[in-house]
Design a protein around this ligand. Sequence first.
Ligand SMILES: Nc1nc2c(ncn2[C@@H]2O[C@H](COP(=O)(O)OP(=O)(O)OP(=O)(O)O)[C@@H](O)[C@H]2O)c(=O)[nH]1
Ligand SMILES: [Mg+2]
Length: 289
Amino acid sequence: MANSKFEYVRNFEQADHLLPNTWIVVRIDGRGFTKMCARYGFEKPNDRRALDVMNAAAKAVVTDLPEIVIAYGVSDEYSFVFHKTCTLFERRESKLVSTIVSTFTANYVHKWSTYFPDMPLASPLPTFDGRAVCYPTVQNLRDYMSWRQADCHINNLYNTSFWALVKLGGQDNKEAEKTLAGTLAADKNEILFSKFKINYNNEPEIFRKGSVVFRDYELVEPESHNTTTESIDAISMPVEQSKSQAEKDKKRRAKARVVVEFLDIIKDEFWDKRPWILSNKPGKVPKEV
Ligand SMILES: Nc1nc2c(ncn2[C@@H]2O[C@H](COP(=O)(O)OP(=O)(O)OP(=O)(O)O)[C@@H](O)[C@H]2O)c(=O)[nH]1
Ligand SMILES: [Mg+2]
């Protein structure tokens, strides 16, 4: 093939390969969702339909990209985690981020009418930004996930208290803000309970914990496997697999159900019972129920 005189412009393309052997987290965030929420009348502080569209879109992304081992979502954001041995798109940042953002947005728009049947999408249309961050160790990755879930808890406790004061307590926004200024978690729990008979722990888990998306296999007794943090950190290269083993894994991954659950991902238990998330070795596909 003859080269044209224009072809030199290729050299302007910069390499953007993400550091090998690190966990890649792509976090997307709704652009101007404060306006979106007002435009479509999302319930305050939490709108179940809005969260369900986010979760449906995230589930579609995880299903479409088997290299993603887990995703975590809260409010208008979602974090997608690629296993550290992932080599998709040669780990090029722009390709990974743009693929996630567009796949997510397309599915969000596609699923919208399922959850908002009476509210056709119009301007402002939902759009998302995205960024990628690399985390070198399992501990760093776990701490990242814990950070997002702790944030979910802090924000949701605040918002639940704030909107109780406004909607049930008759305070205006300024007064509610003042009531909550300087309060600790225990104080907010007390306000909710003593003033409004709301036991925060009985609030829906999807609001308190956020949403976790992953491939589901048979749960494992924590003592029965030895995929420790150290053993996973010690893997420094994509595990060399025979072609037939790789094919088997691929088939099992494709068979696994992608689930959306509202679980504690800060404690060890979640990870210990699901060693396949960090090992990326598919587990046993549960029998159909
Ligand atoms: N009422 C309501 N608001 C929500 C819900 N989920 C998210 N939001 C709102 O979405 C916004 C998310 O915060 P940000 O991402 O910081 O704000 P943003 O307006 O999207 O701004 P940028 O992300 O900077 O473009 C907040 O204003 C939330 O109150 C919901 O279920 N109900
Ligand atoms: Mg936003």
